[in-house]
Design a protein around this ligand. Structure first.
Ligand code: GLC
Length: 563
């Protein structure tokens, strides 16, 4: 969804209130002397359940499959898993169209399987985060079926229904992010309903207090099942201008779906979003839970709004601006890290997810891809903040999009082909070993396994001390055992260096230096002052001698400063 992703990032720009106060997380359950909470020390890992592990060999991953891999995740250094939607769903948007919020889709198992997974995860001190699709339901959800049954139905006002402007004319010019008008005509009641995404995903009407109550109750229900928090899907889009003002056209031309290019100012990021987030946070706080946000922000001022005043909204709004630094540019990373480091809440770093081309492809140069995958791991896993990994990143999985339109599963890819090929490429089955179907399933996988499973898989990489996987294990181990990496402040060094990104993490009298060569030629950096660095982790021939750190192409050096 790189196109979609870019569109979101570019279009979802709104006025911003800059809030700035030091990060002060109130805590009744602090895990360190700084008052940090569990989610500030945790490493999160996103699992796309269709593609992780298939226990019943029907070609689609499931909860028992996830349970069977908990030891792998623990050993890797994962403290919390975010499972993309696994609730009953017609699967139009592969689970992001929920038809029952309080159950498990049979394709993934049963509620009893979920409870077993939760208890097995708990034994290993792994938290479970579920994906809460707050903006819309499936058109097969009982609320919507009732809502569309008549104009006077009890749930009519749970969705956004409007009369057309005239015969055959939608209420306004808003277009769906997934193509076509954002309004669908319903001949039974002679009105249109609004959908920011697919027509099968009608938007909930969050102005109706009954919607709010029902949705807040959903979170309470899952907290009772042992869930440690939620990743809130598409929060930017919860509210629409009640007067339905047309959106301005940003520029002439059409997008990949043939629609006009709009500025979504009247249907995204309305200030009312924050009332909902504050409410969800109050409920979360009763269970010591964490809220992660899918927050497409234009800048850090806008990100600050999602933390809320005094950090009373999302604890972990994802900084997608970091994912948009799409080249190995020390200057651009430095700028973005400094901005997020100065945000009013705890930073959250991601480099890939189920909507974005994998980091392996975004940064790889085709020649040093594994080296670069390690470099990126060393970067986002040593910054001050919480990292959210994406399954398969740790073994260097490659985005593998379909080559023919008829093979595309993601509907936006069929509709937007060839400009928008959809998101199948970053959702392919996890590569566990070099046997058939990469050990993901004995059935036919729902998406083809990329050919790279022969070289990039968990089993083989576990035997190779130089693999991407072993590097992830090492850096995660270091992160979990280093106070400087967990709690230390971030300080950029050698800021004019155009080739090497380097910084310090400083906690009390411990200082860790991280040096990352973002070029394909050997480089050196000089540490200021009378210091030298004792090595903690490095790649290839990168090493320190006294105050001089030598880095091989795309080399990594992490060391502790000694006077
Ligand atoms: C979010 C999800 C994406 C989904 C969309 C609609 O952006 O990450 O996968 O298609 O919401 O629910």
């Amino acid at each position: 969804m790189r196109k979609i992703t870019l569109r979101l990032a570019v279009l979802l720009v709104s006025a911003c209130l800059a809030a700035s106060s030091a990060v002060a997380q109130k805590s009744s359950h602090a895990v360190d002397a700084e008052g940090h909470q569990w989610w500030q020390h945790a490493v999160f890992y996103e699992i796309y359940p269709r593609s992780f592990a298939d226990s019943n060999n029907d070609g689609v991953g499931d909860l028992n499959g996830i349970a069977s891999k908990l030891d792998y995740l623990k050993d890797l250094g994962v403290d919390a898993i975010w499972i993309s939607p696994c609730f009953p769903s017609p699967q139009i948007d592969f689970g992001y169209d929920v038809s029952d919020y309080e159950n498990i889709d049979p394709m993934y198992g049963t509620l009893a399987d979920f409870d077993r997974l939760a208890s097995e995860a708990k034994k290993r001190h792994i938290h479970i985060i579920l994906d809460f699709v707050v903006n819309h339901t499936s058109d097969q959800h009982k609320w919507f079926l009732e809502s569309k049954s008549s104009r006077t139905s009890a749930h009519r006002d749970w969705y956004v229904w409007r009369d057309g402007k005239g015969p055959g004319e939608a209420p306004n010019n808003w277009v769906s992010l997934f193509g076509g008008s954002a309004w669908k005509f319903d001949p039974t009641t002679n009105q249109y309903y609004y959908h920011f995404f697919y027509a099968e995903q009608p938007d909930l009407n969050w102005r109706n207090p009954a919607v709010k109550d029902a949705m807040f109750d959903v979170t309470r229900w899952w907290y009772k099942h042992g869930v440690a928090g939620f990743r809130l899907d598409a929060v930017d889009t919860l509210f629409e201008d009640p007067k339905l003002k047309d959106n301005p056209i940003l520029r002439p031309g059409k997008n990949d779906f043939g629609d006009p290019i709009e500025d979504n100012k009247n249907n995204t990021k309305l200030p009312e979003v924050h009332d909902v987030l504050r409410g969800l946070r109050q409920v979360a706080d009763e269970s010591d839970a964490v809220l992660i946000g899918e927050t497409w922000t234009a800048d850090v001022a806008e990100l600050n709004q999602y933390y809320g005043k005094g950090n009373n909204e999302l604890q972990l709004p994802m900084d997608f601006l970091f994912t948009m630094v799409n080249k190995l540019s020390p200057a651009e990373f430095r700028k973005q890290i400094a901005a997020v480091d100065a945000a009013s809440g705890w930073p959250t770093f991601v480099i890939s997810n189920h909507d974005i081309v994998r980091s392996y492809d975004r940064y790889g140069d085709g020649k040093h891809n594994d080296q670069i995958a390690k470099l990126m791991a060393a970067l986002y896993l040593t910054l001050r903040g919480t990292p959210i990994m994406y399954y398969g990143e740790e073994i260097g999985m490659k985005t593998t999009p379909p080559t023919r339109q008829e093979d595309v599963k993601d509907p936006i890819g069929r509709k937007g082909w060839p400009g928008e090929k959809g998101r199948d490429g970053e959702r392919t089955p996890m590569q566990w070993n070099s046997s058939e179907n990469a050990g993901f399933s004995k059935g036919t996988p729902w998406l083809p396994v990329p050919p790279t499973y022969k070289t990039h898989n968990v089993a083989d990489e576990s035997k190779d001390p130089d693999s991407v996987l072993e590097f992830y294990r090492k850096v995660l181990k270091l992160r979990h055992t280093s106070s400087a990496l967990l709690d230390g402040s971030y300080k950029a060094i050698n800021e004019s260096d155009a080739s090497v990104l380097s910084y310090l993490r400083v906690y009390k009298n411990q200082t860790v230096v991280v040096a990352l060569n973002m070029t394909d030629t050997p480089r050196k950096i000089h540490l200021e002052g009378n210091t030298s660095a004792k090595e903690l982790l490095h790649t290839g021939g990168s090493a320190a001698q006294g105050a001089e750190v030598s880095l091989e192409p795309y080399g990594v050096f992490i060391g502790e400063l000694t006077k």
